[in-house]
Design a protein around this ligand. Structure first.
Ligand code: HXC
Length: 514
């Protein structure tokens, strides 16, 4: 027996070093952790259980039979993050560059299937040269099987991709389907075709970083939702996110104990909206003053900054926050903001997370480029996402709410349960200047003193529309509230909606404008 125990120990040691100590040391000099070290850092101590660690590939193409390693370049299993069960795969770059072949894929599929069966989040740490070239079609098949599972699991369990090295070719499409993508600054990249191919085909020179680095994907493409400063910081952010979200779509939005008084009222809220309606203000500060412990976890912090989305807690319960940001493009909605907002709203709805919308939106961003980019179909995504969402939907209009953007931003018409307006709210088809210039164009151009007339009409318009009384008189707003009352009222409203239970008509699936 002793011998058997000893040989098992040896086997484990061999398994645990993946592609070998030298390669692991090389990773360390590059500031990277090994696949197992990442897992160890990620999970609560002594909770990780490895699965299928002795799998080896079975290919003999191009000398591959001489390059066999336990685990075949990926470590898989489950563990606990702050006591929550999470499934994981972590690609091991020390084994054939973490490339994905038949058996490597099989291990990933195994944990994906288990996560779906038990209803637990699936986290994938990607660090791979992509499809293992020597295994040919079997590598592609492996990816295909992963994409299929990503899709079937979508909306059932949260799926999170962490990019900690290269992620090239079709390999980026698994992260692309998952709910959240994390990247490490200056240490990870994602692209469908690399710089070499781009140079050959387009005669265009581009660096790895500019093409698919964390900065590019978190600011321009929006593919990455979060960027960590290093590997540990990135994994810490994943853990924080997991604390906000349920494990599956059959769980309610998580509730955590809080010492923050439910009836806390912040006087600063009464001062936050400037008297001048064209002046921006700090919507993020507004959010923090309202939510538990002044804390919210922003998603897509650097992408489409004209819309703010993120998770927070109200009365201990996780909520999804969607807010216009008057500081950027005056808070208008453009294509990127619409994409960002709709995806977030749909995640929250899929996972029973109530939506709180703070509205200060002068409209959609006008422009030829926006029309060419398809603002009609992308803006429609926001309408669609809010309309189909059956979770509790609460809205607070803090200032402007004009035109189509008024409807889009969780209005009563799209099924918002309770809509509050601050006394500073202005709800109208459009802003005073634009409106008067259109409806009194002839009168103004024919007037002896056009500017005086324009000013008078603008004033009249403001009195009629630049306040929340008219929409409140039609019932489009449930109450006009003091800004300081926002937190207690939102918490009470959330409580009242605890048992909200509505279902959209049965269908195979809707056809969101893509
Ligand atoms: C097999 C691979 C590999 C791959 C890397 N390796 N990528 N083996 N298939 N796709 C091996 C290398 O041969 C090497 O083995 C080891 O991994 C480390 O690679 P290096 O090149 O030495 O490392 P580095 O200089 O850090 O460069 C990493 C890299 C580069 C940028 C990822 O290896 C690379 O460009 N790989 C190919 C990336 C790519 O084009 N992938 C797309 C494949 S097609 P040894 O034994 O020497 O240590 C694809 C389509 C999927 O993914 C479609 C799905 C639908």
């Amino acid at each position: 027996m002793k011998d058997k125990i000893k040989s098992l120990q040896k086997l484990r040691e061999e398994r645990d070093i993946g592609g070998g100590i030298d390669r692991i040391n090389k990773r360390h000099t590059q500031g990277k952790m090994a696949a197992r070290e990442r897992i160890e850092y990620f999970f609560d101590p002594d909770t990780f259980v490895e699965l299928q660690g002795y799998i080896k590939h079975r290919s003999s193409n191009f000398g591959l039979e001489k390059k066999k390693f336990f685990g075949d370049g990926v470590v898989t299993g489950f563990g606990k993050v702050n006591d929550k069960l999470v499934y994981i795969y972590s690609q091991d770059f020390t084994v054939l560059g973490g490339s994905l072949g038949e058996m490597h894929a099989k291990k990933i599929l195994n944990v994906m299937d288990l996560a779906l069966k038990v209803g637990a989040p699936m986290v994938g740490i990607n660090d791979s040269g992509g499809a293992r070239i020597q295994e040919g079609i079997n590598s592609l098949a492996g990816y295909g099987d992963i994409f299929y599972r990503n899709t079937i699991s979508s909306g059932v369990i949260p799926q999170i991709s962490v990019i900690m090295g290269p992620c090239a070719g079709g390999a980026v499409y698994s992260p692309g389907i998952t709910d959240f993508v994390f990247m490490v600054n200056n240490a990870s990249y994602m692209f469908v075709t690399g710089p070499e191919v781009i140079k050959a085909v387009n005669k265009e020179e581009v660096t790895f970083e500019a093409l698919g680095g964390a900065e590019s994907h978190s600011t321009i493409s929006g593919v990455a939702h979060f960027v960590g400063s290093d590997e540990k910081n990135t994994l810490d952010m994943v853990k924080e996110l997991l604390g906000y979200i349920p494990s599956s779509n059959i769980e309610e939005s998580p509730v955590t104990e809080t010492n923050d008084p439910f009836d806390r009222m912040e006087d600063d809220l009464n001062e936050i909206v400037p008297v001048n309606p064209n002046k921006p203000y700090d919507m993020k500060k507004l959010i923090t003053l309202v939510v538990d412990d002044y804390k919210y976890f922003e998603v897509h912090q650097n992408y489409a900054k004209n819309l703010i989305v993120g998770f927070a807690r109200l009365g201990g319960k996780t909520v999804g926050i969607v807010a216009n940001n008057p500081d950027i493009y005056a808070g208008t909605l453009d294509v990127s903001a619409s994409l960002k907002g709709s995806r977030f709203i749909r995640f929250c709805d899929a996972f029973n997370i109530p939506l709180i919308s703070f509205v200060d939106v002068p409209g959609f961003l006008p422009g030829k480029d926006q029309e060419e980019l398809g603002i009609i179909k992308h803006g429609a995504k926001m309408l669609y996402a809010y309309s189909e969402a059956t979770v509790p939907k609460l809205t607070v209009i803090t200032r402007k709410s004009y035109g189509g953007a008024y409807i889009v931003m969780s209005s009563k018409h799209l099924g918002a349960d309770i809509v509050y307006a601050w006394p500073t709210a202005e709800i109208a088809v459009m802003g005073p200047q634009g409106a008067i210039n259109i409806i009194f164009k002839k009168d103004i151009s024919g007037a002896k003193q056009p500017e005086t007339l324009r000013e008078r009409l603008i004033q009249e318009y403001k009195e009629k529309f630049a306040n929340p009384k008219t929409p409140a008189s039609f019932g489009y707003i449930d109450d006009i509230i003091m800004p300081t009352e926002t937190r207690p009222l939102l918490i009470k409203a959330l409580e009242s909606l605890e048992n909200k239970n509505i279902k959209n008509p049965p269908k195979k699936h809707g056809n969101i404008p893509l």
